[in-house]
Design a protein around this ligand. Structure first.
Ligand SMILES: [Zn+2]
Ligand SMILES: [Zn+2]
Length: 250
């Protein structure tokens, strides 16, 4: 270690100690005291506790497949995607919407911890090469203006900024809808139907577009957004979402 690095490291540990003593900040996900508060609002244990979605997965929607049914992983799609190929051709997520990842998404969204967007985006890049390969644009799923004003930011846009692909706010939400999570699955498609439109300055013609969102349950929101983008001329729509409420297909 060089002298400057040693000094930086010493200063950092003094700063960690001082911040820990003076403010005693807690992890935004597990609420235990943070040992290294200068490294962000979520502790290392919580980051390490994220359970990835492990292969075999559906090539299209990214949901886990029961391994006994998989003949060739490269060819495998789930029964749902085979029955009705979705408008979004590839979806990948960091992990299922549970335990640690759920708590981190909540801290970002409802706790106002927008600094969590960057490390979450890094994890999306790690699991999403197939989605980002050849992509022209990333487009965040928009919040309604009134909700964005309330929250102060759109978590999907904050994440999308750090994916290394040009960002475009190509969509807008035309009406405020109840949260998908609060509705039974059967009502989610109707809830978001017609809720999105192309932004006035949208320019997605012939592009491969990657939608970005924090959580997806039935895929109804992604589907509604994809329909708008395809109508606006997009060549292909894919999606990256932080957390997936996983439904296992029989
Ligand atoms: Zn924690
Ligand atoms: Zn599928």
């Amino acid at each position: 270690m060089g002298e400057a690095a040693a000094l930086r490291s010493a200063l950092r540990s003094i700063a960690e100690g001082a911040v820990a003593i003076l403010l005693a900040p807690e992890c935004a996900a597990c609420h235990e005291p943070l040992e290294e508060p200068t490294r962000g609002p979520v502790c290392g244990r919580c980051w390490n506790a994220i359970v990835p979605i492990t292969p075999p997965c559906c090539r299209t929607c990214g949901d886990p497949l029961p391994s006994w049914r998989v003949i060739s992983i490269a060819e495998s799609t789930c029964a749902r995607c085979r029955r009705k190929p979705p408008l979004v051709t590839r979806v990948r997520a960091v992990g299922p919407y549970e335990s640690s990842l759920r708590a981190i998404v909540h801290a970002l969204k409802y706790g106002g911890r927008s600094t969590l967007a960057r490390p979450l985006a890094a994890r999306l890049r790690a699991c999403g090469d197939e989605v980002l390969a050849g992509a022209d644009l990333v487009v965040p799923v928009p919040l309604h203006r009134s909700r964005e004003r309330q929250r102060g930011f759109n978590q999907a846009a904050e994440i999308a900024r750090h994916l290394g692909v040009p960002l475009q706010h190509a969509l807008r939400r035309t009406r405020r809808t109840p949260s998908q999570a609060d509705l039974p699955a059967a009502r989610r498609h109707a809830n978001v139907r017609g809720a999105f439109a192309a932004a006035a300055d949208a320019s997605v013609s012939k592009s491969i577009v990657v939608l970005v969102d924090d959580v997806s349950t039935t895929g109804a929101t992604l589907n509604a957004c994809a329909a708008v983008l395809l109508t606006a001329g997009a060549r292909e729509v894919r999606a990256l979402i932080v957390a997936r409420a996983v439904t296992r297909t029989p």
